[in-house]
Structures are given as structure tokens and as C-alpha cells.
Design a protein around this ligand. Structure first.
Ligand code: ACO
Length: 315
């Protein structure tokens, strides 16, 4: 890799080549990637909880099997991403400590509760839909290990989105109560899904943001608002197909812009959730800490096993 265009960071970026772990890179680039990849990994493993909540109550064996596979995929994505972060010279243990101590974030979206079965549909359709919109461009991220991890993750996310759409599709063709349940879930998840893309590109909230620098480094390929707009444009026709009314009276096609206009987002709610005041923040972290502590014996056993193997191959 390095022989192609030399190890100079700027030259690699200018040639749209990938930066690999052993290439020289500015310290801030490394820190930004650790922050983003860790936040992404944390989101995947915390993201197992809202849907994990429904595994024992999935309405059929088929739904249960799909849900278990999906939650397991999320665990896999988390591990993949922790490995990508480790190529930047940080230890997974340390990243988990930062998550448990509240020093690193995970996505705002996972602090909302899953009240009914339809929430599993809304998460698949809206949350995973937003995740794909954000992650497909990350397949072209300048950092090689992150970009490559994203390719597989996006394939699995597409399946997740389709299964969410299918849950809602079936509910919308069910009884009136089922339709109401699907509509209620979409009402509750729509705005938080729009917030997933992060604060707006302009105004007070944009100050201190990372977008400009991350785009210059080829980490982000689109701004938060651009991805949010693409997401709205993709979802409106899907909502129409489902027969779901998106909870925004300002949502309408703008012929001039060639995009859907949409209403204002409650950024106070977003920052509140980030500060820890969302409906489920405390529950998510305490559950995560408990799972980590209760899993200590698995890590010890795996380390003992690896040690035994290493000793044997050294003989
Ligand atoms: N939830 C929590 N924090 C957020 C969110 C969000 N949805 N969006 C932005 N933030 C935080 C940023 O981490 C940053 O905080 P920090 O400076 O303390 O680290 C601050 O808000 C300002 O935001 P930006 O300047 O826009 O930050 P950034 O350039 O990192 O962009 C984004 C945010 C778009 C989420 C980016 O980090 C990204 O693409 N991450 C990878 C995708 C990801 O993490 N997905 C997780 C959810 S999807 C899933 O797990 C199914």
C-alpha cells in the first residue's frame, strides 16, 4: 500500500487512497477516528438492548429467530468496530471503560424505550435506515480498516432495514389495533431518527463540531444535514407505501429544491439526551456495566485458553 504513493499522509488523501494503520498520520486524525469509531462501536453494543428487550416476547418463532440473529449481528458489528479502533493503538478494554464511565458517547437514539412490538419494526425501518444512510459513505472513509469494516456492516444493515419494513408492512395490513401500534411507533421514532445524523451544519449547534475537519480528512463524506435530507427523501415514499403518516405537518415536496422540506428538529431534546437525561440513559449504562461484570469469567477463560495455545506453539 505504502509503496504506491509513499507514506505521506496528505499525498495519500489527495490521491483518495486509504490510510493504513502503519502510515504516519496526524495525532488529531488518529484521535478523531478513535472517537468516532469507538462511539460507533458503543452504539452497536448498546443498540442491542432496545430490541433485546423483545426477544422473549416476539410474536412468533420466525420473528424470534430473526430478532436473535439481528441482535447478534449488532454484537458482531461492535466487535468489528472495536477491532478497527484497536488498529489505531488503543485497547478495547480502555474503550469499554470510557463508555462505562460516560467519557465516550453512544448514539442518542438508543436512549428511547421500546414500548411495543411495533418498535422493533420502527427501529429496523427508521433507525437502521438512518444508520445505512450514514454508513454507506463511510465505506469510502479515508481510514482503511474502518472503511472495510463498513462494507460488511452495511450489507447486514440492509437486511435489518428490510426486516423492520416488513414488520410494519404486516402490522399495517393487520387489525386496526395493529395499524395504530405501527403508527404510534413511527410517531415516536421519526424525530429521534432524524437527530441520529448529529447537530445541524449551521447555527449555534454547529459550533465546535467536527464536520469540516472530518470532511477535509475524508472521514466524513457528507455533512450531517446533507445525510439527513437524503434520509427524509428516501423515507417519505416508503412511508407512503406502508400507509404510515410521518408526524410532521411541514413535510412536503419542494419542487424548486428537488427535496422534501421538513419541520424544525427539537435540538434541546437532542442535547438533553446527550447529557444523560433521556428516558433510558441510566438503564442502558447500568445494564451494560452489569453484563460486562457478569461476563468477566468468559474473558478470563478466553485469555487462559489463548495463553495455553500460545505456550504450546512456542514449545
Ligand atoms: N448521538 C450521540 N452523539 C452525537 C450524535 C448522536 N446521534 N451525533 C453527534 N453527536 C455528538 C458527536 O459525537 C460530537 O460530540 P463530541 O465532540 O463530544 O464527540 C457532537 O455531537 C458534535 O457532532 P459532530 O460534530 O457532527 O460529530 P461527528 O463529526 O462525529 O458526526 C456522526 C457525528 C455523524 C454520528 C459521526 O460520528 C458518524 O458518522 N459516526 C459513525 C456512525 C455511528 O456512530 N452510528 C451509530 C448509530 S447507528 C447504529 O449503531 C445502528
Amino acid at each position: 500500500q505504502r509503496d504506491r504513493v509513499g507514506s505521506d499522509f496528505d499525498a495519500l488523501l489527495a490521491a483518495d487512497q486509504r490510510i493504513e494503520p502503519r502510515d504516519a498520520m496526524p495525532e488529531k486524525y488518529r484521535e478523531t477516528l478513535i472517537r468516532q469509531i469507538a462511539q460507533h462501536a458503543h452504539s452497536e453494543i448498546i443498540g442491542m438492548q432496545p430490541e433485546g428487550n423483545w426477544i422473549t416476547r416476539a410474536p412468533s418463532l420466525r420473528r424470534k429467530a430473526i430478532l436473535i440473529a439481528k441482535v447478534q449481528d449488532e454484537a458482531g458489528h461492535g466487535l468489528y468496530l472495536y477491532s478497527a479502533a484497536e488498529t489505531l493503538g488503543i485497547d478495547r478494554q480502555e474503550l469499554l471503560e470510557r463508555l462505562h464511565d460516560g467519557k465516550q458517547k453512544y448514539s442518542s437514539i438508543f436512549n428511547y424505550p421500546t414500548l411495543t412490538w411495533a418498535d422493533c419494526g420502527a427501529i429496523g425501518w427508521l433507525v437502521d435506515g438512518a444508520a445505512i444512510m450514514n454508513q454507506v459513505p463511510l465505506c469510502r472513509c479515508s481510514y482503511g480498516p474502518y472503511a472495510r469494516a463498513m462494507i460488511r456492516v452495511c450489507k447486514e444493515e440492509s437486511f435489518h432495514q428490510r426486516q423492520g419494513f416488513e414488520i410494519l408492512w404486516n402490522l399495517m395490513r393487520g387489525t386496526e389495533a395493529q395499524q395504530a401500534m405501527a403508527q404510534d411507533a413511527a410517531d415516536r421514532w421519526w424525530w429521534p431518527a432524524l437527530m441520529m445524523f448529529g447537530p445541524p451544519d449551521t447555527g449555534e449547534a454547529a459550533k465546535g463540531g467536527h464536520t469540516e475537519q472530518s470532511m477535509a480528512w475524508g472521514i466524513k463524506r457528507f455533512s450531517n444535514d446533507d445525510l439527513r435530507q437524503k434520509f427524509v427523501d428516501m423515507m417519505v415514499p416508503q412511508a407512503e407505501k406502508l400507509g404510515i403518516v410521518l408526524p410532521d405537518p411541514d413535510l412536503r415536496w419542494n419542487e424548486e429544491r428537488g427535496h422534501y422540506d421538513f419541520g424544525p428538529i427539537d435540538w434541546d431534546e437532542f442535547w438533553r439526551v446527550l447529557r444523560g437525561d433521556g428516558a433510558c440513559n441510566a438503564e442502558r449504562i447500568s445494564h451494560r456495566r452489569r453484563a460486562h461484570d457478569e461476563g468477566a469469567w468468559v474473558r478470563e477463560a478466553a485469555n487462559a485458553y489463548a495463553g495455553k495455545h500460545a505456550a504450546r506453539s512456542a514449545e
